[in-house]
Design a protein around this ligand. Sequence first.
Ligand code: SF4
Length: 316
Amino acid sequence: MEEKIKVGVSSCLLGNQVRYDGGHKRDRYITDVLAGYFQFIPVCPEVECGLPVPRETMHLSGNPEVPRLITTKSGIDHTEKMQQFCNNKASILRQENLCAFIFKKDSPSSGLHRVKVYGRSGQAQKKGRGLFAAAVVNHFPLLPVEEEGRLHDATLRENFIERIYCYNRWLLFTENSPDYKKLIQFHRQHKLQLMAHSPKHLSAMGKLVAAGKNMATDKLLEQYQLYLMEAMALKATTKKNINVLYHIMGHFKNFLTGDEKAELLEIIENYNRSIVPLVVPLTLISHYVRKYDISYLQDQAYLEPHPAELMLRNHV
Ligand code: SF4
């Protein structure tokens, strides 16, 4: 059986009763859908750094760039305790080969974006990041990270999960004695996917791969993975997808009958007008790729970037 991709997750999102009040924040999309595809590695930084359940609430305080973690009533500073835990936990998580992390929003320990940081006046600015979330981002800068709340947005969800699968393919590639020839193959398989996310990165990566013959392999791979994950973090918009769809059409325009061409053009236009989701033109394209046996397109990651059952391309 294929091993499931490992994803770190804030423990309370799985339904574990680790919150300050003894409760949880189970997220059904994570536990009922994503759990079928990923092996979750739960982390509750507050409990794992030694705080009890239940416990006093905490918030971030001071400079939003380097906030302190303070209990709200008694004013106890848990910053050092949490930072020490974060450093130890980062070494443990490194062994896990995580492909992503899903954080609980708004938490002074686990929140990734716009966490409240209180100033001396008692006013809060939504400019902080939870201490554990910040440590994960610092230790694993390429790792796809997201908050559970944002996964309820269809476009953000699609982008995040696509990044997870892409990162997993990259890690598998790097574990399998990577060399220049294999990188050319990896790059070829990801061209259309990169084009859908960032034509600018695709062009830079093409130049890098071309120049890579004369580079040390580790330097080449290091630069390539930076470009890869930077590109994948950019959203594949309708306009960029349309560009890819027309590019794909160019590969089999000589094979299609007049009727087939007209039908495909009409469906691409319907996608452009948000009448049908991306999965519709891509289903027809996959059919033609099989029917006409277009080998260049057969192994493009763009046509199957993640399991179809997740239905990530079914939104308009
Ligand atoms: S948000 Fe983070 S620290 Fe708070 S209960 Fe959930 S996992 Fe623990």
